[in-house]
Design a protein around this ligand. Structure first.
Ligand code: AHR
Length: 508
């Protein structure tokens, strides 16, 4: 068994964890919206056609924010198609994903669904085929109380009260050559700044996310982010970051490398922060643009074209990746990385929410949890409070793309108000368990409340409609003990752990 030491300090704060870090993403694509969220003919549908089984799992998972309607989809979307009487809504060829889009679910349904599920809506505007005008009209439709053309149209459509959507994305992945209406950095930055200005004039309370580069592997990465931050500095609050980690064609030997991807994720976060801060310096402003990591996940299948036999059909099965334990570990470690940058990463959206590269899957018989559901759920439940600095002394390894990868990875969240400390630990070791001693000397009068682990012998284990719980979180009552502020834990090989400590009431 290996040994490691973790140290943390309650006064070395990184930053408060923004509740919007526990976001997800719902795109009109495949079976995400149709059959995932909305399916009037389903046995599980409520009177509005919303799948209640999916909604229950979304609430259990603790999703705080949902980005909608895309993704690549938004870059050719006419929002007007999705409002008003359903029978009048047009059926369109959806060009980004080659689906048939009947627009039976649109802005109002999304806003209503968000309210019902306690979700903060994050709406994207089309800066691909459209621009300032459509964005400003959509904002007026959603947020203006009444007495204008678009606000009155919303009222006519049955929504007397404004939706008051306060978080908006200025397009999607606009440096990607695959993006409909793709632009170069200067073109996009100029369009985003003009759109942002008008939108903030209409509703000064909104927050805006401009597109950062679509990924760290893009030739445009870095320069694009800096250009956008520099030119939109006055109007935007966040630059987006997207990160997908490819798990296709992996041999078992590649697993150690795969589990180290949080290192690349962290590098990407630091680079985007550097671009934003460079823009602040050049603009001679104290304003800081923060990060919205509004698409991230593990992926297996390429996001390419649909096979001809299902092209232009409604809700085809599209990139419905099946996740295993190693993907759950990766997702846990990416969350921990974001906790460790809680001062600058304020929003994150696991891409996506239902059926399409998703933690939740549906069929006619019900909804079930994929492996990646669990780390998300534990992070959203227990990752509330202030992220503290922590450091680990442990053995390290080299893999295909990384060197000096620590076997043990930590992040710590302290919720002073509720007297709870959550210690998140991931063990990347594929062979050995680890005895971890955590020095919590500034946390007197605490007791171990729970030690939960997502792990198991088979790192390739998956959940399915038939076996829904091959991978899940399990309580390890004897996993951790606390003695004189030293927490001793046995961290099993390839596992993601949350150790909860609770402040004890002092008896006088
Ligand atoms: O999540 C699937 C797609 O991945 C999104 O539409 C796009 O933004 C990204 O490339």
């Amino acid at each position: 068994m290996k040994r490691a030491v973790m140290r943390t300090d309650r006064y070395f704060e990184i930053g408060k964890v923004d509740n919007r870090l526990f976001g997800s993403f719902l795109e009109h694509m495949g079976r995400a919206v149709y059959e995932g969220i909305y399916q009037p003919e389903s046995d599980f549908a409520d009177e509005n056609g919303i799948r209640t089984d999916t909604s229950a799992l979304i609430r259990e998972m603790g999703v705080s924010t949902v980005r909608y309607p895309g993704g690549n989809f938004v870059s050719a979307y006419n929002w007007e198609d999705g409002v008003g009487p359903r029978e009048k809504r047009p059926v369109r060829l959806e060009a980004a994903w080659q689906n048939l889009e009947d627009n039976s679910f649109g802005t109002n349904e999304f806003a209503e669904w968000s309210v019902k599920n306690g979700i903060i809506p994050m709406m994207a505007v089309n800066l691909g085929t459209r621009g300032v005008d459509a964005a400003k009209n959509l904002l007026e439709y959603c947020n203006f109380p009444g007495g204008t053309y678009y606000s009155d149209l919303r009222i006519k459509h049955g929504f007397a009260r404004p939706h008051n959507i306060k978080l908006w994305c200025l397009g999607n992945e606009m440096d990607g050559p695959w993006q409909i209406g793709h632009r170069d950095a200067d073109d996009y930055a100029s369009l985003a700044a003009q759109t942002a200005k008008v939108m903030k004039d209409i509703d000064p309370e909104i927050e805006l996310v401009a597109c950062g580069s679509a990924g760290s592997g893009m030739a445009t990465f870095g320069k694009w982010d800096a250009t956008v931050a520099m030119r939109c500095m006055k109007y935007i609050d966040y630059v987006s970051m997207h990160a997908y980690f490819d798990n296709r064609n992996r041999t078992p030997e590649d697993t150690s490398d795969y589990l180290a991807h949080a290192l690349a994720f962290e590098e990407q976060i630091k680079s985007v922060i550097a671009c934003c801060d460079y823009a602040s310096a050049v603009n001679k402003t104290k304003k800081r643009i923060n990060l919205s990591i509004d698409e991230w996940n593990a992926v297996y299948r390429p996001h390419g074209k649909l096979p001809a036999d299902v092209r232009w059909t409604k809700a085809p099965h599209q990139i419905e990746d099946v996740y295993n334990l190693e993907d759950a570990l990766l997702v846990g470690s990416l969350f921990m990385t974001m906790f460790n940058h809680a001062d600058r990463v304020k929003i994150s959206c696991l891409a996506q929410l239902v059926n399409v590269i998703a933690p939740i899957m549906t069929s006619d018989k019900g909804a079930w949890r994929q492996t990646i559901f669990y780390p998300f759920m534990y992070c959203s439940r227990y990752g509330k409070g202030t992220a503290l600095q922590s450091c680990v002394e442990c053995e390290k390894y080299d893999s295909k793309h990384y060197s000096d990868v620590p076997y043990i990875f930590s992040s710590v969240i302290f919720d002073d108000d509720n007297g709870r400390l959550a210690v998140f630990i991931m063990n990347r070791d594929l062979e050995e368990d680890c005895i971890l001693e955590s020095d919590l000397r500034q946390f007197e009068n605490y007791a171990v409340e729970r030690h939960i682990a997502v792990g198991g012998d088979d790192i390739k284990a998956v959940n399915s409609e038939q076996i829904t719980d091959a991978v899940r979180g399990k309580d390890r009552p004897a996993g951790s003990t606390l003695d004189e502020s030293i927490l001793r834990s046995v961290i099993e090989k390839h596992s993601f752990n949350v150790i909860l400590l609770k402040r004890q009431n002092k008896t006088i």
